[in-house]
Design a protein around this ligand. Structure first.
Ligand code: PEP
Length: 249
């Protein structure tokens, strides 16, 4: 099954107009005709400007979150339709920082997933266990619970228009990466869950790995049969490093 890999950069709450311009200029210089789909996810205020900057290039733009509601009195929130309106194609939902720091539970993540698709955005659904959960042997239970919560609300067919990302919480921003074997084991479990409901979809779904991906470890992670690219935080803020991750895909 030929699944085109995806490399997505999550800039988190970093950057400025000047820094973004430098980063995007360098990315565009090096990113001609990549084999992988390439996506950058800047903070909200910069989305429209980054969309304009990458126009005509292979780079797509996603947001890091969205509101579960479509419009109305939700001060400080951003609707999926607004993200689409400024040219975003994707949006991250269920990132562990949103789950842990902003109390986004499985039910809210599922609603955000639906809101993203209703707005015509491709959700990048993140799942992952904490170190404590891994150490007590609860990895499978946690990641499948997080996935099932979305399947229950959106249906498995919704994954035809979605990306999935396995991001072990203990590996995000810590410099600790899951070993290729650890990543593969979890990716295979996630794929099996989709496959048991729809075999064709299970074979087509792209599952990204995230957690301290960088140029030096990307190739061996991406070589795993069920790893279809990466969701990259820190290393996506340096053009040269990010381009090497893209090249590894
Ligand atoms: C992330 O932001 O989703 C992430 C995986 O970060 P990092 O690559 O810095 O661990």
């Amino acid at each position: 099954m030929d699944r085109r890999p995806v490399v997505a950069g999550n800039w988190k709450m970093h950057g400025s107009r000047a820094e973004n311009t430098r980063l995007i200029d360098s990315l565009l210089e090096g990113v001609e005709a990549p084999r992988a789909e390439v996506l950058v996810c800047p903070p909200f205020p910069y989305l429209a400007e980054v969309v304009r900057a990458v126009k005509g290039s292979p780079v797509q733009v996603g947001a890091q979150s969205l509101c579960a509601e479509s419009q109305g009195a939700f001060t400080g929130e951003v609707a999926g339709a607004m993200l689409r309106d400024v040219g975003c194609s994707h949006v991250i939902v269920g990132h562990s920082e949103r789950r842990a720091l902003y109390a986004e539970d499985d039910a809210l993540v599922a609603r955000k997933f639906l809101a993203a698709q209703a707005a015509g955005l491709v959700p990048v659904l993140c799942v992952g266990e904490t170190l404590e959960e891994r150490e007590r042997g609860a990895t499978a239970e946690v990641i499948l619970r997080q996935l099932d919560a979305v399947i229950a609300v959106a249906g498995v067919q919704a994954f035809a228009r979605s990306l999935l990302a396995y991001e072990p919480v203990w590996a995000i921003g810590t410099g600790k990466t899951a070993s290729p074997a650890q990543a593969q084991e979890v990716h295979a479990m996630l794929r099996a869950r989709i496959t048991e409901k729809d075999a064709i979809l299970g074979g087509q779904l792209r599952i990204l790995y995230g957690g301290s991906v960088k140029a030096s470890n990307a190739a061996e992670l991406f070589a795993q049969p069920d790893v279809d690219g990466g969701l990259v935080g820190g290393a996506s803020l340096q053009a040269e490093e990010f381009l090497r991750v893209v090249a590894a895909a």
